[in-house]
Design a protein around this ligand. Sequence first.
Ligand code: MG
Length: 203
Amino acid sequence: MKIICIGRNYSEHAKELNNAVPTEPVFFLKPDTALLIRNRPFFYPEFTKDLHYECEIIYRICKVGKHISEKFAHTYYDAISLGLDFTARDLQQKAKDKGLPWEKAKAFDYSAAIGKFYPASDFKDHGNISFQLQLNGKPVQNGNSGNMIFPIDTLIAEISKYMTLRTGDYIFTGTPEGVGPVAIGDKLEAFLEGQSVLKCEIK
Ligand code: MG
């Protein structure tokens, strides 16, 4: 199982981090050891002083595919939820400055929290799915899949040009604007179409 994460898929988020809006999807991987499941707490790692949340729509892949065409991409996922792409922003900035890979900043243990999944068929229009992240009960990110630069079917076509997708893989589709730091004691809760699907306490 692998976790594929899309970077800079919402133009307002790209701008808030002073990144150019991409002309093709940017993606990176997290290993299976990054998964954080069943609303378990996240323990603040000692190697960062600037841990950020990034709330994202995630898709679960349901069959093996390579060179998938956009037209058939929707048959390769069967479930949807929200996830948190925890990011050590200080380490990521260092890596970006030096042109180095992002794994230390993005792929560490439990950096990929995933919520409760719902059947993809429950969602009539994948181009109009709203979501929200609350930090200690206050909304900090409001997103809609309609604002993605590259929608899920385009992402699947692009990713599968380079790597085989397998059953059980997850795609994190990128975060909207409003990312920010967390501190020990904070409580995060993510809502998909108004429904609470993920809770995470920072310890
Ligand atoms: Mg992200």
